[in-house]
Write a protein that binds this ligand. Structure first.
Ligand SMILES: Cc1cc2nc3c(=O)[nH]c(=O)nc-3n(C[C@H](O)[C@H](O)[C@H](O)COP(=O)(O)O)c2cc1C
Length: 247
């Protein structure tokens, strides 16, 4: 189906969702990319919360055309990755599945921050498929990062607008470790080291990524989203900026 045919179908189906009241059995698509697994964990816990509310969840993981290995192994490779991601180099992805041709009550677009920007696969997705898949749909972005989500969000917002997506809220989770240990720890992890096992750094950096309390919070957010979809209340009313998600 062509771009405009699909857009028309999405618009018609959106009207149906509103008028016929498909809210009873809402469907949510998780469209996501995860490099080191953190977004994947949040997506899983969020989806559990949604399922508890009787929401049908569908997953589409963006798969880079060329395998990206985590950790990248080596300081030079890590620095090179930081530089290319700072320049927003797109990372081509494999073709999307037919799940992305369907209509959902909500699409959760999830991925990590890479050098203050959305990750390369998400940028590629937005350029190539954004209008087609997200145009006319309700989108809730989910960001997993070390701590700097604001610039990522500003850039992503502009792109969503360009795609014709509707958005009214955002979920961001930052790693709970204090700085500068968080930045050092993430850098070392990407380079293939184990900072949490180091005699010195391990005193201040005990774990990479999100805490169990945060993943629990993601599950709670999932329940809240489910309630909102079923009750027809605006997603904008949910407070996702809590002490756990943004410590
Ligand atoms: C190349 C690269 C660049 C990153 N740049 C940032 C950044 O600018 N700000 C930030 O808060 N986190 C940054 N991070 C950390 C990730 O956003 C964070 O570890 C996230 O939880 C990873 O999610 P994932 O496991 O789903 O890939 C970067 C990670 C990588 C690999």
């Amino acid at each position: 189906m062509g771009k405009y045919g699909r857009l028309h179908r999405v618009m018609t189906a959106r009207q149906e969702i509103v008028s016929v009241g498909l809210k009873k059995n809402p469907r949510v698509l998780f469209l996501y990319f995860s490099f080191s697994g953190q977004t994947g964990i949040l997506v899983n816990r969020l989806s559990e919360g949604l399922k508890e509310q009787g929401v049908e969840v569908v997953f589409e993981k963006l798969r880079p055309a060329r395998h990206l290995r985590f950790p990248v192994n080596g300081f030079l490779r890590t620095i090179a990755m930081m530089l290319t991601t700072f320049c927003r180099i797109r990372v081509p992805i494999k073709e999307l599945s037919s799940k992305c041709d369907q209509v959902y009550n909500l699409i959760i677009l999830a991925g990590p921050t890479w050098s203050y920007n959305p990750s390369g696969p998400i940028l590629y997705f937005l350029d190539k498929y954004g209008s087609d898949v997200l145009g006319g749909q309700e989108v809730l972005p989910l960001i997993s990062c070390r701590g700097y989500w604001k610039q990522h969000w500003w850039g992503l917002r502009r792109k969503l607008k360009k795609c014709g997506a509707h958005y009214s809220n955002l979920i961001a989770f930052t790693h709970p470790n204090p700085e500068p240990w968080c930045t050092i720890g993430v850098f070392l992890k990407i380079a293939g080291k184990n900072p949490e096992r180091s005699n010195f750094i391990g005193k201040y950096y005990t774990r990479f990524g999100h805490s169990n309390d945060q993943t629990e919070e993601a599950s709670r957010f999932g329940k809240l989203i489910g309630e909102s979809l079923k009750g027809g209340t605006p997603l904008a009313e949910i407070n996702f900026r809590t002490d756990l998600s943004l410590p």
